[in-house]
Design a protein around this ligand. Structure first.
Ligand SMILES: *Cc1c(COP(=O)(O)O)cnc(C)c1O
Length: 420
């Protein structure tokens, strides 16, 4: 797969004149086309809904674009609930999937009418005490030994999330006794997974559970939530997940398992984050320094604050150098940020064209879990987020942080009396 910007280099320079680097640039048109493909793959399921995982790109403009396309919001914290509320995404357009949850978050989720997806059987009484058991409730299933996870998320048996199998059955009986009337089930077993069969297998597992819940305790599920985890081709030799294949094969299972067991209709939900916006966000940065010691280092004006994945997981993000796209990649560089942390590197031993100070470097696939993950270590500030509109206009959808933002929680005035 080739990786390039959705605009010409001339257009990019014009943007940079107005918006200093570093910044994230999101491609509205591509995001819309992409989410439509996901929906089209599941159009056979009348209740299908994608709840965009807010944590991937928590910006109200992104949420609005997706809401217009029929998506809901998957929230896992108070801030994400409030962001959805501010974006007029409320009620069952919100899926609240949290863990280790503070009571105020359940209270807010219930107030908004969100679908609450519990992470643990003990949260049933916790939720009841906090705000009562809602009519519609969902549980997160951890299949333990029954499924293998993958690198980022680990194996289910080692994961802190969800109910065991036995707890799912016990939990549904408890909430039914407490007045719940509508039920859903959720699972999240892999992250950044590129094998489409993995998701077909997840549907199989959830449909089986739906059948058993009906047969053993008479619980009829209104939805199964296959959650997120669809991977994206960060590397050039990888291919996007075949959504149509997943849709078609899940439909086959639906016919064989749900329809033939008289469980129809069951809505299928997903909570994809990465695959919705990831490939359509670009981190645009400028080369500040080039240093030659035992290796050659290209120092950018961006750092881990703008994109942590390479430092955090050793993740590959493709890098292109603007105006040098057709030059031979005959140099080897470590591409670094400025944190006092030796792992603050976007790439290690990367073959790139010869780079000069002032060059513009584009880091690809930064549209999900990019800006959002950043931290302020070393007092580094988060960058602006720009939206490339369908009509080619550029809208700043988040300004860059200022040093005042960063110091806002400090009490400098208190120093006077403290030192006196
Ligand atoms: C992170 C997360 C998602 C989204 O995961 P992606 O890998 O971005 O698709 C969905 N649901 C839950 C509960 C999550 O924690």
């Amino acid at each position: 797969m080739e990786k390039k910007l959705p605009i010409s280099n001339e257009e990019l320079s014009k943007i940079i004149e107005k918006h200093p680097t570093p910044f994230h640039l999101y491609d509205e048109k591509a995001i819309i086309n992409n989410v439509r493909q996901l929906q089209s793959a599941f159009s056979w399921n009348k209740g299908f809904r994608e709840y965009f995982a807010v944590k991937a790109t928590p910006n109200p403009f992104i949420l609005k674009i997706l809401q217009k396309e029929g998506c809901g919001a998957d929230c896992s914290s108070l801030a994400e609930l409030l962001l959805s509320e501010q974006s007029s995404i409320i009620g069952e357009e919100i899926m609240f999937t949290s863990n280790d949850t503070p009571a105020v978050e359940f209270v807010k989720a219930k107030e908004l009418g969100a679908t609450i997806n519990l992470d643990d059987i003990s949260h049933i009484s916790f939720l009841e005490k906090a705000c009562g058991i809602p009519e519609l409730i969902s549980f997160r299933y951890n299949p333990g030994k029954l499924r293998k996870g993958n690198f980022i998320i680990g194996n289910p048996e080692e994961s802190k999330y969800g109910f065991t199998r036995d707890q799912i059955f016990e939990g549904f009986k408890i909430v039914r006794d407490k007045g719940a009337k509508r039920f859903g089930i959720h699972t999240f077993v892999a992250s950044n997974e590129l094998d489409p069969d993995f998701f077909v297998e997840t549907a199989n597992m959830l449909f089986n559970l739906a059948i058993e819940l009906k047969n053993e305790i008479g619980i009829e599920l209104e939805f199964v939530n296959m959650s997120g985890g669809i991977g994206i081709p960060y590397k050039l030799d990888q291919k996007p997940v075949d959504l149509e294949y997943i849709g078609r094969n899940v439909q086959k299972l639906y016919n064989e398992m749900i329809i033939s067991n008289n469980l129809h209709p069951v809505k299928i939900f997903m909570e994809c984050g990465r695959m919705i916006t990831g490939p359509y966000g670009y981190l645009v940065s400028r080369v500040l320094h080039i240093k030659n010691i035992y290796k050659t280092y290209v120092g950018l004006d961006a750092c881990m604050t703008n994109l942590m994945r390479p430092a955090l997981y050793g993740a590959y993000h493709h890098i292109t150098v603007v105006d040098k796209e057709n030059e031979a990649c005959n140099q080897v560089y470590d591409v670094t940020g400025s944190l006092c942390e030796n792992n603050d590197k976007f790439a290690i031993d990367r073959k790139l064209p010869k780079i000069d100070i002032g060059d513009i470097v584009v880091i690809h696939d930064a549209g999900a879990h990019g800006h959002a993950m950043g931290f302020n270590y070393n007092g580094k500030l988060k960058s602006a987020e720009l939206l490339l509109r369908k009509n080619g206009a550029v809208l700043e959808i988040r300004r860059a942080e200022t040093i005042e933002d960063h110091f806002a929680t400090l009490n400098f005035r208190g120093l006077d009396t403290f030192a006196a």
